[in-house]
Design a protein around this ligand. Structure first.
Ligand code: FES
Ligand code: FES
Length: 190
């Protein structure tokens, strides 16, 4: 069974070695921050760090990840204080958010190897698709994250969510657990 280190913890996946890393992370490790967008390597929403490089986790199997160090968005920072996270919030570079974890991981890998990237460097290193079109803001955010990484600027940590899971379920019906009394399809006539 493939073994690797995920977010600094040793993991052994009791799964088919050909399982894409994305599904092992999401289904077996419950690390659902990495998203499934296309499954073809086109969108980048599944991007994670493997030995520090941003890779599309839908394209590598857990057999190929054997013995490697994997970092997901959950392991990047405990409090969303990574410069890329701070700068993306500060620049409003997060819209629907679905593509955001993959973008953050690609940006983090870039800033790690080049804290003064040009616009061209950013566009080459972050090929992720974003239907909301945050690209101009994304470039500004990554440039700003580089300044933070170079200690030329500070940004306050992104605020914690201002809502509890329970309150979110109250506000968003789709988040409520289905119970016999709340499921309209359950008439109770068995
Ligand atoms: S889901 Fe992996 S690149 Fe789109
Ligand atoms: S924020 Fe990327 S698709 Fe909307």
């Amino acid at each position: 069974m493939p073994r690797m280190t995920v977010n600094e913890r040793p993991v052994e996946y009791d799964m088919d070695p050909q399982t894409p890393l994305l599904w092992a992370l999401r289904d077996a490790s419950n690390l659902t921050g990495s998203k499934y967008g296309c499954g073809n390597g086109d969108c980048g929403s599944c991007m994670v760090l493997v030995d520090g490089a941003a890779l599309r986790s839908c394209l590598i199997t857990i057999e190929e990840a054997e013995g490697r160090f994997v970092t997901t968005i959950e392991g990047l920072s405990r409090d969303r204080s990574h410069p890329v996270q701070q700068a993306m919030v500060a620049e409003g570079a997060i819209q629907c958010g679905f593509c955001t974890p993959g973008i953050v991981m690609a940006g983090a890998a870039l800033i790690q190897r080049n804290a003064s990237p040009s616009k061209e460097d950013i566009e080459a290193a972050i090929p992720n698709l974003c239907r909301c079109g945050v690209y101009p803001r994304l470039v500004r955010a990554i440039e700003r994250a580089g300044r933070v990484a170079r200690r030329q600027e500070t940004i306050s940590a992104a605020p914690a969510p201002g809502i509890s899971n329970e309150d979110a379920a109250e506000a968003v019906p789709a988040l409520r657990p289905i119970t016999p009394s709340s499921d309209p399809s359950d008439s109770g006539d068995d």
